[in-house]
Design a protein around this ligand. Structure first.
Ligand code: ADP
Ligand code: MG
Length: 617
């Protein structure tokens, strides 16, 4: 059986507990409400325990006047006697009934408070939980795709589910236990003190030791919870990866290997889970033993005092019952603080995901850029990805406005990276990209991206109808506009196949459609955007020749008068362009009008064949 690693890989960022707490404290009024309700419940339970003392006293009183002997008890006893005084001088059975009534009423009031408290506490923790989810989601939508992919989509999902759940439970535990129980303990402590301060202090000696033990256990619980959650994230990542590549797994017959890999992860999950369970299980007996050890001297000393007559038996019993009640909330608090550690581990993973720095951010003081007049200029641009791979090396190139520029080069030469830079989906690590002479990093993301439409190699569709997918960038588009865009991108043929037409709902990511069909919908989306700059990353590579010809015509129509940057894999597209940039190994090999590039670039001839390119076939 594989032992868990001694430490989880990515420990929660320091201060996770503090950050979770400060989010919780953002709801001061609700916390106050929960606390008041909890205090009410605690007070009611203190009254019910407190009323046991008069019961004892009444039953054990040597003389006839129960109230007088209650008063003689001092502390709570005296208070109880004052409360009961209006009932007049009572005999023992009358006092007994009165005390029992108090006990029952206090229990009922306490139950009502406890109910309201539980509801308020869980509303509060759900509030914090959904706010965490929303904040994380906000961050996710501002991230670049690659940063997220490095984390693993399954792991990201885990942060939204398991981790969030743990964090939410921690908040609930915190407000419902860690506020009320210590308060309850304080109540009992005060009652016990009023009855016998010597015995109470004797009993409290071990409390600091228990808190220290709880700290130790808590730190280990947090580490185990981190490991547990990390492995559960990995579990989801494995599912996600395998499910998205099933045809590959199946054709290459690797189901067995994937299952074994999955079992490796589940084994680790179990190992961390066992460790966590042991830590949680040791908590209760440890505090139980500590509690007994703390009360044993009280029994010895107090019992001795009863024997030598310096303490009333009823008083001793009262103190003892109160001290036992004092330990119960302390044990509960320690158990809760231990559970809280798991939640802090979950919150820590959420904060860690929130803290990932997106590589592209809007600068302070970024400006609205006016419509482009001259064009885009790459100047000495180098792009090195986080893993150290350099995709572009000292690239200097121009993309003139309102012209079509074709980008060619073998795969891996940096075409996609070059194209994504125009929308600031990738930023240069060296050099700069300028729009009409101004660095694009000086533009607001909205003013830069608002003028761009992009069609990527892999079309991305969303759940929703065909029409909603086409109108993604322009949700208020009229039906006529959507229909026109659909016609321009030859989506109307797809639409005609469905009885519900444009209102046909697509399943998640449009999986029910062919690659070519999805691509045409993505093109219709770009058409409707009516962009100033059009970025096309091999948009027709998934189409059959007939559709490709038709879509190429629509794209040619669409790119008229617009600044178009197209990664091309067909000689026709390249030769129809105004300007060509040839990339090789991340550097510009040649640039210029198609005619001159055909002659000067060996890569170009390699890719398209000199004869074919010249004939335009
Ligand atoms: P092309 O589109 O011409 O095939 P890309 O721009 O996609 O080329 O990639 C250029 C180089 O950068 C390749 O070597 C690729 O492996 C690398 N690369 C692309 N994206 C990333 C990334 N997110 N992280 C690390 N390397 C990357
Ligand atoms: Mg590419």
């Amino acid at each position: 059986m594989a032992p868990p690693e001694s430490r989880p890989k990515d420990s929660a960022p320091p201060g996770a507990a503090r950050r979770l707490l400060s989010r919780l404290l953002g709801h001061r009024r609700r916390i106050a409400l929960v606390t008041v309700l909890g205090a009410g419940a605690a007070a009611a339970s203190a009254v019910s325990v407190g009323s046991v003392i008069p019961v004892l006293h009444v039953l054990l009183a040597r003389d006839g006047d129960a109230l007088a002997s209650l008063s003689a008890l001092g502390g709570v006893g005296a208070a109880a006697a004052r409360v009961l005084a209006p009932l007049g001088a009572m005999d023992r059975s009358g006092a007994l009934v009165a005390v029992v009534v108090v006990l029952v009423v206090a229990a009922m009031v306490g139950a009502a408070f406890a109910f309201a408290h539980d509801v308020a506490a869980s509303i509060l923790s759900q509030r914090v939980q959904t706010e965490l989810a929303e904040d994380l989601y906000d961050r996710v939508t501002g991230h670049d795709e690659r940063t997220l992919r490095r984390m693993g989509m399954g792991d990201l999902t885990a942060r939204f589910t398991y981790d969030l759940d743990m964090a939410g439970k921690a908040c609930d535990t915190f407000v419902s236990t860690l506020v009320v129980e210590p308060l309850t303990a304080l109540f009992y402590f005060a009652i016990a003190l009023s009855l016998s301060w010597q015995l109470t202090l004797l009993a409290a000696v071990l409390v600091p030791a228990m808190l220290l033990l709880a700290r130790q256990l808590g730190a280990r619980t947090r580490r185990s919870a981190e490991g547990f959650l990390e492995k559960r994230g990995e579990l989801l990542s494995r599912v996600q990866e395998t499910a998205s590549a099933l045809p590959i797994v199946q054709v290459y017959g690797q189901e067995g290997r994937e299952r074994r890999r999955f079992r490796d992860v589940t084994e680790r999950v179990r190992a961390w889970g066992r460790r966590l369970a042991r830590l949680e299980a040791v908590n209760s007996p440890a505090t139980e033993i500590a509690g007994v050890c703390a009360l044993a001297p009280v029994l010895l000393v107090g019992g001795g005092m009863v024997i030598d007559g310096s303490l009333e038996p009823a008083a001793f019993l009262g103190v003892f019952v109160t001290l036992v009640s004092f330990y119960a909330p302390i044990r509960k608090s320690i158990g809760a603080s231990n559970r809280l550690q798991g939640g802090i581990a979950g919150a820590g993973r959420i904060f860690a995901a929130m803290d990932l720095r997106p590589e592209v951010t809007e600068r302070a003081g970024a400006a609205e850029f006016p419509p482009m007049r001259e064009g885009l200029a790459w100047r000495g641009v180098t792009v090195t990805y986080a893993d150290g791979r350099t995709a572009l090396r000292d690239v200097t190139a121009d993309v003139p406005a309102r012209k079509t520029t074709a980008l060619v080069g073998p795969s891996g030469s940096g075409k996609t990276t070059f194209l994504l830079m125009a929308a600031r989906l990738v930023d240069p690590t060296g050099g700069s990209l300028a729009l009409d002479g101004r660095d694009v990093r000086g533009a607001t993301l909205a003013s830069l991206r608002g003028r761009i439409a992009i069609v990527t190699q892999e079309p991305r569709l969303f759940g929703g109808t065909l029409a909603e997918n086409i109108a993604y960038a322009k949700p208020d588009a009229s039906e006529a506009e959507i229909a026109a865009a659909a016609r321009a991108a030859r989506v109307d043929e797809i639409v005609a196949r469905f009885p519900r037409g444009l209102a046909t709902p697509l399943d998640e990511c449009g999986h029910g459609l062919s690659g070519g069909e999805r691509q045409r919908i993505a093109i219709a989306r770009a058409v409707l955007r009516d962009p100033e700059i059009l970025l096309l990353d091999e948009p027709t590579s998934a189409l059959d020749p007939e559709n490709e010809r038709l879509v190429r015509q629509s794209l040619a129509e669409l790119s008229k008068g617009r600044t178009t940057l197209v990664v091309a894999h067909r000689a026709e597209t390249v030769l129809a362009a105004d300007h060509v940039i040839v990339l090789r190994g991340g550097s510009v090999e040649a640039a210029g009008p198609p005619g001159s590039v055909t002659a000067s670039s060996p890569t170009f001839r390699e890719l398209f064949g000199a004869g074919r390119a010249e004939s335009g076939a």
